[in-house]
Design a protein around this ligand. Structure first.
Ligand code: TEU
Ligand code: CA
Length: 584
């Protein structure tokens, strides 16, 4: 009622207002201490699944090159590429066998250079994934290291000689037994691996290893790449005396975060490499507390630009279980509290990223929205509204711009991901209910987010002419780029508008964030304020109509973007309605 009735008044008022209050229409030029990486929207491409150029079923660099104009059309600023280096691919490129060459499945170094140039020609920056907690067992370093105890590469890794008895237990994320020490008979020693046993951990306490890593980073930075995403970086430092941990330690992986020398290493890295280039740097994970995370990104400490925490995406899983969704559904007040808490802690200094999905997560639409036919479009647009209106740099996962959803495999045989396969074996060994495991994975498995991009309605969604390495979601018939490109009301075009809105509204980037109605179980609402300009983000995270009660005067407002074709009805938000208002 209030809105539609006042709409004409609101328009006249806002025109009048805009003409008479120029100081409140803040522009980016007025912002002190601007940083390009705070204003950027990052688009993440999982190269295996984006576009295949040669029919072998695996996405590749030439495939990405063929879609550069599409990528540009999104309006994004930075592309983050998951690892494209030589790799046996047991963990899809997160097991690197040569940091200075391109995985032949993806192409050649010439292809990479062409990709970088193609991006730069279009004003898009490129961010590379640096996997430096571990490498592949097939890396020359490890092949040398395991061959004899006096090999020059021996100290690039962590070893426990068997004559000292069994090593003190350490936990591995991907190991069926959860054991991070693997016995290697060749030298009668155990080596450490926090992830798969094919991913031996690098020894950052060895200065030679560090110098080798820095030289490798300079090699890429000198090519002109614009950013580094530091994979699993919080784990690189270890107390190499390997003291015993109290029983139950493996349940609190906090023991693995932030080893004693972590920040010395990052500061050295900053001094010797990062500070020499105008790049953006992000740590994947940043300890387990707000204060720990701040240590990575407090500008006075000269470490990294921003961090991404796991608390948001881990929320809503049953504690102590492997990614089992809470049967009670989304606890919205809890989710809001997490985002508000993190935002507040970094309000004055430091910076965070904002994301709901990546290659380690299921599709955000299934996990955080509603992927039913009825609400799919509304809730995809709602989640996009959230991602592009929060403080923090949005990291946006490819395919979400068309509302891709989980594939929900029924059979373990359909999965390719080492994590799911190993956790299945673990559940089996523990005599757990395997059907329950499969049901939970339909919501949470990483492969849900790794199915190929849905380009059009041709066979295999236009991703490949061959057999895709991972099945294409059969819903590509109606969820694809081609259909949405030509529909002005599509999720894709709404996403493009949101990106433009963020680029024209400094309040969305730099403005103060304040939660409104924090206790509401259905409405997620907040204001973003900058220099007298107030934007209100209103989102209904439910399939019910809900009355808003923001306590703000919405009567005097202007709709900047909305996911419904017609105006809000009274004070009620319709199912999954999401809009951004400017308040006067
Ligand atoms: O992930 C690091 C990490 O902490 C993982 O445990 C992550 O939380 C997990 O995948 C969630 O299910 C990075 C990469 O992003 C991931 O793809 C790799 O598998 C992992 O490192 C090992 O390199
Ligand atoms: Ca290919």
């Amino acid at each position: 009622m209030f809105y539609s009735r006042f709409l004409p008044v609101a328009i006249v008022f806002s025109l009048f207002y805009a003409c008479n209050n120029p100081q409140k229409t803040s522009s980016f030029e007025q912002i002190p201490d601007r940083k390009w990486w705070k204003e950027a929207v990052v688009y993440q491409i999982y190269p295996r699944s984006f576009k295949d150029s040669n029919g072998d079923g695996v996405g590749d660099l030439r495939g990405i090159i063929s879609q550069l104009d599409y990528i540009k059309s999104l309006g994004i600023d930075v592309v983050w590429l998951n690892p494209v280096y030589a790799s046996p691919n047991k963990d899809n490129g997160y097991d690197i066998s040569d940091y200075r060459s391109i995985n032949p499945e993806f192409g050649t170094m010439e292809d990479f250079d062409a990709l970088l140039k193609g991006m730069h020609d279009r004003g898009i920056k490129v961010m590379m994934d640096m996997v430096l907690n571990h490498c592949s067992e097939e890396h020359e370093w490890f092949k040398g290291a395991r061959s004899s105890r006096d090999n020059p590469y021996r100290d690039y890794f962590h070893w426990w000689p068997a004559e000292k008895g069994k090593p003190t237990p350490r936990f591995s994320f991907f190991d069926v037994k959860g054991d991070a020490w693997k016995y290697d008979s060749l030298t009668n020693s155990y080596y450490l691996h926090y992830f798969g046993d094919f991913q031996p951990d690098l020894n950052w306490e060895n200065p030679k290893l560090r110098q080798e890593v820095y030289a490798m980073m300079r090699y890429w930075l000198d090519k002109g790449i614009d950013g580094l995403r530091m994979d699993a970086f919080q784990y690189i430092s270890k107390d190499t005396t390997f003291p015993a941990f109290p029983p139950g330690y493996e349940k609190t992986i906090a023991k693995y975060y932030n080893g004693p020398t972590l920040h010395n290493h990052i500061q050295e890295l900053n001094r010797e490499v990062l500070s020499k280039y105008d790049i953006m740097t992000v740590a994947e994970g940043a300890g387990s507390t707000l204060d720990e995370a701040m240590l990575f990104v407090d500008p006075n400490r000269k470490e990294l630009n921003m961090a991404y925490h796991f608390e948001g995406v881990d929320f809503g899983y049953v504690p102590g279980e492997f990614k089992v969704p809470d049967p009670n559904g989304l606890n919205l007040p809890g989710m809001k509290a997490i985002y508000a808490k993190w935002d507040q802690h970094f309000e004055k200094k430091g910076w965070l990223s904002i994301y709901l999905a990546n290659h380690d997560q299921p599709r955000m639409l299934t996990r955080w929205g509603n992927d039913s036919n009825e609400y799919r479009e509304y809730s995809a647009k709602l989640l996009n509204t959230f991602l592009l209106s929060m403080r923090g740099t949005p990291y946006y996962y490819f395919g979400d711009e068309i509302g891709m959803s989980n594939i929900k495999f029924d059979k373990i045989e359909d999965y390719k991901d080492v994590e799911t396969l190993n956790m299945y074996q673990k559940a089996q060994a523990a005599g757990k209910d395997l059907q329950k495991f499969i049901e939970a994975q339909k919501i949470s498995a990483r492969d849900n987010g790794r199915t190929p991009m849905q380009w059009n309605t041709s066979v295999h969604s236009g991703f490949t002419t061959g057999t895709p390495w991972l099945k294409v979601n059969p819903n590509y018939d109606n969820i694809n780029v081609a259909v949405q490109n030509s529909d002005p009301k599509s999720i894709l075009n709404h996403f493009r508008q949101l990106v433009q809105l963020r680029k024209s509204e400094p309040a969305l980037v730099y403005g103060k964030f304040t939660l409104v109605q924090p206790e509401s179980k259905r409405i997620f609402a907040y204001t973003r304020e900058l220099e007298g300009r107030t934007l209100l983000v209103l989102m209904n995270f439910s399939d019910q109509r809900v009355a808003t009660d923001t306590g703000l005067n919405i009567a005097k407002s202007k709709v900047l973007i909305s996911n419904y074709p017609n105006k809000m009805e009274g004070r009620e938000l319709r199912p999954y309605e999401a809009l951004i208002l400017e308040l006067f």
